[in-house]
Design a protein around this ligand. Structure first.
Ligand code: SAH
Length: 255
């Protein structure tokens, strides 16, 4: 396992084509990681696999790398999206980081009836996803979609993509957490026997989904309502739990 620093770059990676790092990465590599000429670094760009590259120039102002050899073939992650309603900032950042580690292809923040924070900073998400992808040794970054209303997303939904609706409540509104009637099935049961096609997980905000949202989702032909057990999980816990379940059932955790 290499301990060389690992960096995502946007440039093509091929022998003989030097790569100049942007300012932030130069600072990280030279000043924080204290690397100097001759040291090696691992680079990936989402297209050309992973390359070992040698630092040919390392100064406060510039870091130039020479790609030496490709060390890993390019592979992607399963076609899994995460749709989630932004919650408090730190928790939302955690969701973006964990979703990246758990191998989602696309992260799509959605506003729902009870979403508190309807302002997100895409560039912050992009930075969190880049750092998580570097650490988790992915060979690509998740796509970060712009914030959209859930209703708009549903209007244009491709029905070939299963929408796994993590519903925290059953339909018996006079029962605690909506009782059992109408509660979604456990993920393992709900996904059993379905071929593993493109999928998305949907996680609601702290206040959960509204009745109207629940109705629209349950009437939608691509939606699979699932329960994540008898306890109410925080959104960030539910996101991790649902992604772990999907990866182990249908994704690239199958070995
Ligand atoms: N409505 C609850 C909490 C919502 S938790 C309240 O008001 O306290 C935030 C999101 O996590 C939910 O909308 C749902 O998508 C997911 N979630 C949490 N616990 C869940 C469970 N037991 N089953 C399915 N989804 C769950």
């Amino acid at each position: 396992m290499s301990t060389d620093p690992r960096l995502y770059v946007t440039q093509d990676l091929k022998s003989g084509q030097a790569v100049a790092l942007p300012k932030e990465d130069t600072h990280y590599l030279v000043n924080v990681m204290r690397r100097s000429e001759g040291d090696t670094v691992r680079l990936f760009n989402g297209r050309d696999g992973e390359w070992r590259a040698r630092l040919v120039e390392a100064s406060r102002k510039a870091a130039i790398l020479d790609p030496v050899e490709q060390t890993r073939e390019q592979t992607g992650v399963p076609d899994l999206w995460l749709l989630f309603a932004p919650v408090k900032r730190q928790k939302t950042d955690l969701i973006v980081e964990k979703a990246t580690e758990l191998g989602v292809a696309r992260i799509a923040p959605v506003t729902t009836a009870r979403t508190q924070s309807d302002r997100i900073k895409p560039e912050r998400f992009a930075l969190i996803a880049k750092e998580a992808a570097e650490q988790t040794e992915r060979l690509d970054l998740p796509e970060i979609a712009r914030l959209e209303k859930l209703d708009r997303v549903l209007d244009g939904w491709e029905s070939s993509r299963a929408l796994i609706f993590c519903d925290e409540a059953g339909d018996e509104t006079d029962q605690p957490w909506g009782g059992a009637r109408g509660r979604g099935r456990p993920m393992t049961e709900a996904l059993a026997g379905r071929e593993a096609g493109p999928a998305a997980v949907l996680i609601g905000p702290e206040g959960g989904f509204s009745e109207a949202e629940r109705q629209r989702l349950r009437d939608h032909d691509a939606v699979i309502p699932v329960t994540l057990g008898p306890r109410i999980l925080r959104a960030e816990t539910a996101a991790v739990a649902a992604l772990v379940l999907w990866q182990s059932l249908n994704g690239d955790w199958q070995g």
